[in-house]
Design a protein around this ligand. Structure first.
Ligand code: MG
Length: 165
């Protein structure tokens, strides 16, 4: 078993769609990013990569690469799922906390869990998502950003296959 941690923050700006956990949420502001800015998916990707001791999301999907412009972050998550699979790893469970003053996320948590679980080929019960506010303290309170923390537990089913000669 291997555990990994991920963290991400994106700025909230007008004129962007708000995508979190692969679902679009109606809100006056969205997350700025080279991709769709899905801070939750990004924190989960980093937790999984970290558990496998692989380079982080920025090295996997550089924000200078036009290939990832407006990328659907669930596609990036699926790519990472396949990459760790080739190393014999499988995600056992995910837990994440999204920190946002607005919008209220509780009504959307069920859909996010389902989307993320499907992308990771997990049962919904293996994906935990909590929504927190900062209780009026700091930059996240001014609704300028959304942050996310995630952990991932991986099981190594087999060691990486040796290349045949
Ligand atoms: Mg990010």
């Amino acid at each position: 078993m291997r555990v990994g941690i991920g963290y991400d923050t994106h700025r909230l700006v007008r004129g962007r769609k708000l995508v979190l956990g692969g679902i679009e949420i109606t809100h006056p502001k969205g997350l700025l990013g080279h991709s769709d800015g899905d801070v939750l998916a990004h924190a989960i990707i980093d937790a999984i990569l970290g558990a496998a001791a692989l380079p982080d999301i920025g090295q996997h999907f550089p924000d200078t690469d036009p290939l990832y412009k407006d990328a659907n972050s669930l596609d990036l998550l699926a790519t990472v799922r396949e990459e760790i699979r080739t190393l014999g790893f499988q995600v056992q469970n995910i837990d994440a906390t999204v920190i946002a003053e607005q919008p209220k996320l509780i009504p959307h948590v069920g859909k996010m869990r389902l989307k993320l679980a499907r992308t990771l080929e997990l049962d919904e019960e293996a994906v935990g998502i909590k929504a927190k506010t900062r209780e009026g303290l700091g930059d996240l309170t001014r609704e300028e950003a959304i942050a996310c923390l995630a952990v991932a537990l991986l099981e190594q089913k087999r060691k990486k296959k040796k290349k045949r000669r």
